[in-house]
Design a protein around this ligand. Structure first.
Ligand SMILES: *Cc1c(COP(=O)(O)O)cnc(C)c1O
Length: 488
């Protein structure tokens, strides 16, 4: 070992650097309540700042970490109301340090034994907590995108008209799935990755609440068959990405069962809502799904990517990949081999992400997840009430969970549709540049909406009210400016 490598691996240096980092992070978390959520600087400026750290190899770790903390979006700041990713519970994040050192891999038991058993227990616990059958085929994977693709591959294996798509390719078949037009774009990608092309995805229209019009499913299935397509699966969104709208899963289950189609639930955002007693009804019918995916990094306080893939029939999980990998896996019988996960997962080397959940579950208990959801849902409900009480603000749809879409739209000014859209784009830009708040925007049926996802339980009603005041004030100033009136 060279002297340099001795230094690289020195436990003493690590002890010092580690304690310093934990102190730095604890200071950061203590500062977050009053930090602006969005410290964004232009990419070129950030690039040159970081490039300068590479110009000599004398960078101190604490200086690097300081820069990262200063320039990152602050998810733990109560003014963070933007995208769906949650502020991780510090304990869950701490486990990533341990994972980084151990560097276990759960593809084969020998490489990641502790991760494998925790993964099985996490999946069992959550299947139970979410009202799903506790089949042991479930596993964890790197994100909802990969999870949806994995589940659809299982659907393909289970529902393929004849033969084996894994061996023979798609052949003469023109398979397709049916999904809410409002579904996350990763479903569309998964279908195209499987080689089914544009015709492989049938977008089911949504109603005024952006939920799938399930009454159109029978007609669309018949139409697809008439065109020579083979419907394989119906995908329910729990909920959709833009508005967090929940499809009627019970109705979808009924149609899927009647047509013998696979029923998949994309619960990346909202599958966990079963834990909130007041929201449980939103996912009624989820237990009838053949597969369900849930992102822990959106509503269950873990760092990303941490996603669970649940199967009603555990053996379906083993049908996804038929390829042989004898050097890794000692059998090829298709029977359950829960401890060697590489058979079921895309990843070969896969970190022990189960620790992020297992730590919270074993230290704080399942109630922590329930409390988290009821808290963030409560903040969103308050936001919706406040929007409705403000005449100049308009709600896109009554929020079912923690996503709220609204916009500034004074009725008396006679603004055109385009003008209201432009106004709200301007308001969003000003909010993130001029205030502490971080919010995003979305477009629904041609209309621009401001969009908040409340993922931070430390956000208070006061913060929400302040954000809405900032929005309203900017809208008023814009309207006054456009009509040539003095602003103040
Ligand atoms: C976020 C989201 C996804 C994608 O999940 P990632 O973990 O970001 O890959 C898929 N579907 C829905 C409904 C989502 O909200």
């Amino acid at each position: 070992m060279t002297p340099l490598l001795e230094q690289v691996y020195a436990p003493g240096d690590f002890r010092r650097q580690g304690h310093a980092l934990v102190d730095q992070l604890a200071d950061y978390l203590e500062a977050c309540p009053t930090l602006p959520a969005n410290p964004l600087v232009a990419p070129e400026d950030l690039l040159s700042t970081f490039r300068s750290l590479l110009s000599n190899n004398k960078t101190k770790p604490e200086d690097l970490y300081e820069l990262m903390l200063r320039h990152s979006l602050h998810l733990h700041a109560p003014a963070y109301m933007g995208h769906q990713v949650n502020p991780p519970a510090p304990l869950s994040a701490l486990g990533d340090l341990l994972n980084g050192i151990i560097n276990g891999s759960t593809a084969i038991y020998e490489m990641g034994s502790t991760g494998a058993v925790m993964e099985r227990l996490v999946m069992e616990a959550f299947a139970n907590m979410l009202g799903l059958s506790s089949a042991t085929g479930g596993f964890m994977t790197n994100g909802g995108t990969l999870a949806n693709l994995t589940a659809l591959l299982a659907a393909r294996a289970a529902k393929w008209p004849e033969g084996d798509a894994w061996q023979a390719g798609n052949g003469p078949f023109r398979p397709c799935v049916l999904v809410n037009e409002q579904a996350h774009y990763c479903i569309d990608r998964a279908v195209r990755i499987m080689g089914w092309g544009e015709q492989g995805i049938i977008n089911v229209p949504s109603d005024e609440a952006y939920k799938m019009k399930t009454e159109e499913l029978d007609g669309l299935i018949a139409e697809a068959r008439k065109k020579g397509l083979t419907p394989l699966a119906i995908i329910g969104s729990a909920g959709t990405t833009s508005t967090g709208s929940f499809d009627d899963l019970d109705s979808i289950a009924e149609v899927a069962e009647r047509h013998k189609l696979w029923f998949h639930v994309d619960g990346a955002h909202g599958g966990a809502q079963y834990l909130d007693p007041d929201r449980r009804d939103l996912v009624r019918g989820m237990d009838r799904a053949d597969s369900v995916i849930v992102d822990f990094h959106k509503t269950m306080m873990t760092p990303g990517l941490t996603t669970g893939v649940f199967f009603k029939n555990g053996s379906d999980a083993y049908r996804t990949f038929h390829q042989k990998a004898e050097y890794l896996l000692s059998f090829d019988s298709g029977e359950e081999d829960w401890a060697n996960m590489g058979r079921r997962t895309f990843e070969c080397t896969k970190n022990m992400m189960s620790l992020r959940v297992f730590s919270l579950l074993s230290v704080y208990g399942p109630e922590a997840f329930r409390d988290y959801l009821t808290s963030v849902n409560g903040i969103a409900a308050h936001c919706a009430v406040a929007v409705r009480q403000t005449p100049e603000l308009e709600l896109a749809v009554l929020p079912e969970t923690n996503i709220v879409c609204f916009r500034y739209h004074p009725k008396t000014t006679g603004l055109s549709l385009e003008e209201v859209n432009g106004l709200n784009q301007m308001i969003r830009a000003q909010i993130i540049q001029e205030t502490d708040f971080y919010i995003v925007q979305t477009k629904l049926r041609g209309l621009v909406w401001l969009r908040c996802t409340f993922t931070n339980p430390m956000t208070s009603r006061g913060h929400v009210d302040k954000m809405l005041q900032e929005v309203k004030a900017r809208g008023e100033a814009q309207v006054a400016f456009r009509s040539g009136m003095p602003v103040f």
